[in-house]
Design a binder for this molecule. Structure first.
Ligand SMILES: Nc1ncnc2c1ncn2[C@@H]1O[C@H](COP(=O)(O)OP(=O)(O)O)[C@@H](O)[C@H]1O
Ligand SMILES: [Mg+2]
Length: 276
């Protein structure tokens, strides 16, 4: 398998019958917590689940899943500097900026870049480590290409947990996904961000569905009025047990009400794709 080297145009148009779910939202809204809980619920229903950590800063996801951090894919494919050079060369030559050029199944991901627990797989694109390290464009490019090229079986689901805000949408990571889910905590900032997220995802012809997190009934009514009833697929209450886990850095194993609605939505999307 060719990891990267030249500039290729990937076969993004290949018809695939599988489900890749992007989880986005503002920082602290609960993206990683929900990614973990969704992954475990899908797992319990017989799916093989790959969680892709594309957050360049935070390390919470592996803890919430109760898994070791794998080697970042970025390190495996030559490191940040090499990818940045490649991107600049392509940009200066007016060519498409492609980092990965071949499709990958879950089993083809280099073993050191995956942590595995039963049918649950975790991988990380890459993290920023140093002061004045520079931009995270190489991670963005790698994340986009990896997700686009990921070749899943019908009973596989990929959950792509993202950095806060709209950074990943700006870098086109949504290009290769089938479902965009935005996690909103009860805040004005989340509501404002939802407008921008919908507009940006719309440019990639994706519809955004919403998960209200840390919510109570009163706030839910207010937010649903603004977001629209049909687009809100789940409401997750504020749960002191999740907060406690977040503080102690323990694996999330709670049974959390509302997660099953997200799982069923994803399974429904997967079935619709099978019938396409
Ligand atoms: N439903 C919830 N109830 C209580 N605390 C929550 C809930 N969801 C997430 N948290 C807490 O909020 C914090 C941020 O969650 P996290 O999933 O890391 O957010 P993000 O990935 O969006 O930055 C964590 O401390 C987590 O434990
Ligand atoms: Mg996170």
């Amino acid at each position: 398998m060719l990891l990267f080297s030249k500039i290729f145009i990937p076969k993004y148009t290949k018809k695939v019958k599988k489900v890749k779910v992007l989880i986005c939202g503002k920082g602290g809204s609960g993206k990683s917590s929900i990614s973990s809980l969704l992954a475990k619920d899908l797992l319990a229903r017989g799916y093989r689940v790959l969680v892709v950590d594309t957050d360049e800063s935070n390390y919470g996801l592996s803890t919430q899943l109760g898994m070791e951090d794998p080697k970042p894919l970025m390190d495996k494919v030559g490191g940040k500097g090499a990818i940045l050079n490649m991107q600049l060369t392509a940009y200066n030559a007016g060519q498409p900026i492609i980092v990965l050029d071949e499709s990958w199944t879950i089993d083809e991901i280099p073993s050191e870049c995956v942590t595995k627990k039963g049918n649950l797989y975790l991988m990380q694109i890459g993290k920023v480590h140093h002061f004045e390290e520079g931009c995270a464009c190489p991670m963005g490019g790698l994340a986009k290409d990896f997700v686009c090229q990921l070749d899943l079986a019908p009973t596989d689901v990929a959950i792509i947990d993202t950095e806060a805000g709209t950074e990943h949408l700006a870098r086109g990571v949504a290009t290769g996904v089938d479902v965009v889910l935005m996690v909103l905590d009860p805040s004005y900032e989340s509501l404002r961000l939802s407008e921008k997220t919908c507009a940006m995802a719309g440019e990639a012809s994706k519809t955004v569905y919403f998960i209200l997190n840390k919510i109570n009934d009163k706030h839910a009514v207010k937010m649903i009025n603004q977001l629209g009833k049909t687009r809100v697929i789940a409401q997750i209450p504020f749960d002191p047990a999740i907060q406690e886990n977040g503080l102690s850095g323990e694996e999330l194993n709670e049974k959390v009400s509302g997660i099953e609605n997200i799982t069923e939505f994803v399974i429904q999307c997967s079935r619709e794709k099978q019938q396409d």
